[in-house]
Design a protein around this ligand. Structure first.
Ligand code: NAP
Length: 460
């Protein structure tokens, strides 16, 4: 029979599923509070930690990745263990976690992407920014993907920061990319890229765009690409003018965009066409993408895009949709299919959006609030979730097998080749050494088997 946790007996055992920013901020919040002894195990389905920081942040935004030093400190704490290469639902199930831990925190992010729902979307050459980002960042799931960059024209649909990242990577020269930790396979392909024109498409106006000013500004500073903005597409209607009044980011974006609109083109080999008030309506082609039909929009009173019936075809051979990420359900864990998140109240998992709280289970990060915000946003999000957990802790039923050793034993019994923090640090040393030899921060190992082999070799 379960009984309530007696805090004097042993530390509270918590499993964190996912070692990206949200998971590691949750682990940090747990060890930083002084009220309750805790023991935290952080799991990841990949052999390596840091999730979106390693595989989402653009390779040429290396400074953003310095946040890893904070995460390293958390994982180095004696109360925290890392278990890489352990997949939820396959290697350990929800029932296993409930048996082994007093509380479980889901921090698995949003690994899938939204689609456009237009004809031609399944053609070769039409893919999601999620796939493209995973490919150039060396994510194991995308490492074997064949990516031909023989398109001259590429449409990037969406005007969020991911669209900006993708556009910038497509526009950069080999030299600009060679000093980053971009995956080797991507560097080779991007160096031979035929791309001349990149069309970044916002369905609404510039005031409604989601990108931030620094990221937008970088598009005007590229060695190899001119930026082109049509003055008539950034002219504001009264609704946007009113909306602009209260929005500092949009105001700063408008200053940058107005400067772009009058900036003379320098005849660089590539061009970024930043377009507004246009929606993709059909991807043309038979064996691959041959064009993208877009419709001109206007905004209604609620700042929604409304089609005008005026069409244009863009000469593109590749379409990258960058219209947001989407959460994926975890086996056996409640999921709100409409909002595409785990339903929760202040981080406490609920059976459904208006259902009862599931005792001992929590969520944080993108799987909790949806795919929005910067890396730091996850800190406050995880603090909220951990606060709920700590408030519940005295009444949580005690896990049936709360001994930390039981986890290792079960994984060994199931022949799971799990990766520890010490293993990861060895692999990281190897990646960094490879990078040093090439004047790069690291050279990523992109295949899971190769990661595991390298770790096994160090151990033997
Ligand atoms: P996002 O900021 O939500 O942007 C999504 C974009 O897609 C919006 O412009 C949206 O337009 C558009 N869109 C959605 N559905 C569409 C459709 N059917 N047709 C045309 N356009 C459509 O998402 P994200 O770019 O994936 O970024 C996710 C989060 O990560 C954001 O919080 C972002 O700031 C963050 N991030 C930050 C950085 C950085 O700091 N450097 C880098 C990458 C990502 P509407 O507004 O009209 O819906």
């Amino acid at each position: 029979m379960d009984h309530e946790v007696d805090m004097t007996e042993r530390p509270l055992r918590v499993a964190v599923i996912g070692s990206g920013p949200a998971g590691l901020y949750a682990a940090e919040a747990l060890i930083k509070q002084g009220d309750l002894p805790v023991s935290v195990d952080v799991f990841d389905r990949l052999p390596v930690p840091y999730g979106l920081v390693r595989y989402g942040v653009a390779p040429d935004h290396y400074k953003i990745k310095s946040v890893i030093s904070v995460y390293e400190k958390t994982l180095a704490d004696p109360r925290v263990r890392f278990f890489g290469h352990v997949e939820f639902g396959r290697d350990l199930t929800r029932a296993d976690y409930r048996r082994l831990y007093d509380a479980v925190i889901y921090a698995v992010g949003a690994s899938s992407d939204r689609s456009l729902g237009i004809a031609g979307e399944d053609l070769p050459g039409s893919l999601s920014a999620t796939e493209f980002v995973a490919w150039y960042n060396g994510h194991p799931d995308a490492a074997t993907r064949a990516m031909a960059l023989d398109a001259r024209g590429v449409a990037v649909v969406g005007v969020g920061n991911v669209a900006v990242d993708v556009t910038r990577i497509l526009a950069k020269t080999r030299d600009e990319l060679a000093e980053t930790d971009i995956a080797d396979h991507a560097l080779d392909v991007l160096a031979r890229s035929a791309v001349t024109d990149i069309y970044m498409l916002g369905r609404r106006g510039p005031v409604q765009a989601k990108f931030t000013t620094k990221e937008l500004g970088e598009l005007g500073e590229l060695a190899n690409a001119d930026i082109i903005v049509k003055p008539e597409e950034i002219a504001l209607d009264p609704v946007s003018e009113a909306a602009l009044a209260g929005q500092r980011v949009a105001q700063r974006n408008m200053e940058v965009l107005r400067a772009f609109a009058v900036k003379p083109q320098e005849g660089k080999p590539r061009r970024i066409h930043l377009r507004f008030l246009v929606s993709p309506v059909e991807i043309l082609g038979t064996a691959g993408v041959e064009g993208l039909v877009i419709e001109r929009n206007r905004l209604d009173e609620q700042q929604r895009a409304v089609g005008t019936g005026e069409y244009e075809t863009l000469p593109v051979q590749m379409v990258l949709r960058s219209v947001g990420y989407k959460g994926v359900p975890l086996a056996g864990v409640p999921f709100d299919t409409r909002a595409q998140v785990v339903p929760h109240r202040a981080g406490r998992v609920m059976e459904s959006a208006d259902g009862a709280v599931v005792s001992g289970e929590y969520a944080t990060g993108w799987i909790k609030r949806g795919p929005s915000g910067l890396i730091g946003t996850n800190k406050a999000d995880s603090v909220e979730t951990v606060k709920s957990l700590l408030a519940d802790a005295p009444n949580l039923p005690r896990a049936a097998e709360g001994d930390p050793e039981a986890v290792d034993a079960l994984l060994r019994e199931r022949n799971v080749r799990y990766v520890t923090m010490a293993d990861w640090l060895e692999l990281e040393k190897y990646e960094t050494a490879l990078g040093e030899a090439q004047g790069r921060p690291r050279v990523k190992i992109v295949h899971v088997e190769e990661m595991l082999e390298r770790i096994a070799r160090v151990k033997s």
